[in-house]
Design a protein around this ligand. Structure first.
Ligand code: MN
Length: 193
């Protein structure tokens, strides 16, 4: 198995004015590509793991037969690959509303707007680099939380549904330190709700 950079389904400038073209280009072609390359480099050392896909690897890191330092490289870079894969996929210049997701959000949080409020608060208050997630956890119950660095909910066997990158590289060129504005504007380019 070798990990690949997925195709972006829109132009770099398609998410403007909420996410600027230069940020998308650098984020995708350098940051995301970098995580892909580093994941492949560490996995090349372990041919026995080639049969597992990246999601399986992320779930099993603690029990994999790898050197501890390489586990850390895999967690950071493989986690980065999967988080960015999802991040680009759920955004777009046109809304493609997911009715099932809206119903699930109503059931779990009371309303879509209440969910957005909870998620935004988690993203704005997360300290330093990381990601804010909507996941399906135990018994399919939805949860919102943030993780540090590239730590993946898959490590807890939670299924990622939505994710927002709150690393500074995701917004600093356009928003500088105004993460709250980035978060509030993100709902315009999240295509699913
Ligand atoms: Mn990122």
């Amino acid at each position: 198995m070798s990990v690949e950079l997925p195709k972006l389904n829109y132009d770099f400038k398609a998410l403007e004015p909420f996410m600027d073209a230069q940020t998308v280009e650098i984020h995708y072609t350098r940051h995301h590509q970098g995580y892909v390359d580093k994941t492949n480099a560490v996995l090349e050392k372990y041919p026995d793991l080639q049969d597992l896909d990246l999601e399986e690897l992320m779930k099993k890191i603690p029990i994999l037969e790898m050197e501890e330092a390489d586990k850390t490289v895999l967690k950071n870079n493989g986690g980065g690959v999967l988080a960015h894969d999802l991040f680009w996929d759920i955004m777009g210049p046109e809304k493609e509303i997911d009715e099932k997701l809206a119903l699930d959000l109503e059931e779990n949080f009371g309303s879509v707007s209440k969910f957005k409020q909870i998620f935004s608060e988690a993203a704005k208050s997360h300290f330093a680099s990381g990601w804010t997630w909507l996941v399906k956890g135990e018994k399919g119950k939805m949860q919102v939380y943030s993780t540090a660095n590239h730590d993946s909910p898959l490590a807890k066997n939670h299924e990622p549904i939505l994710v927002l990158d709150v690393w500074e590289h995701a917004y600093y060129l356009h928003y500088q330190n105004r993460r709250a504005d980035y978060v509030d504007n993100w709902w315009n380019i999240l295509k699913l709700i």
